[in-house]
Write a new protein. Structure first.
Length: 92
């Protein structure tokens, strides 16, 4: 798999709704209520299981969901992170 180069990371993040935080990409959503937040988390969980690539998921203030993607085994960002991010983007 292998970590992406700085040039690749910059290109993939250009125009993206995901932002970089160190060796990860993050994105946050705000939903109308707790139930909608949980529904989204469950849909993300299904995608993550299919991809065998699991984001860190934070649910806070009842209607905010923050996802953090990184490939821990590679020590940074890989194609797998951006592939899952694209699938997650298609949910919203």
């Amino acid at each position: 798999m292998g970590k992406l180069s700085e040039e690749d990371l910059q290109a993939r993040l250009s125009g993206s709704t995901w932002t970089r935080e160190g060796e990860a990409i993050v994105r946050e959503w705000t939903f109308t209520d707790f139930a909608a937040s949980i529904e989204f988390v469950n849909r993300v969980a299904e995608l993550a299981e299919l991809a065998n690539h699991h984001p860190d998921i934070e649910l806070h203030s009842f209607n905010h969901v923050k996802l953090t993607l990184s490939t821990h085994s590679e020590g940074g960002l890989t194609d797998a992170d951006f592939a899952l991010a694209a699938r997650i983007d298609a949910l919203s």
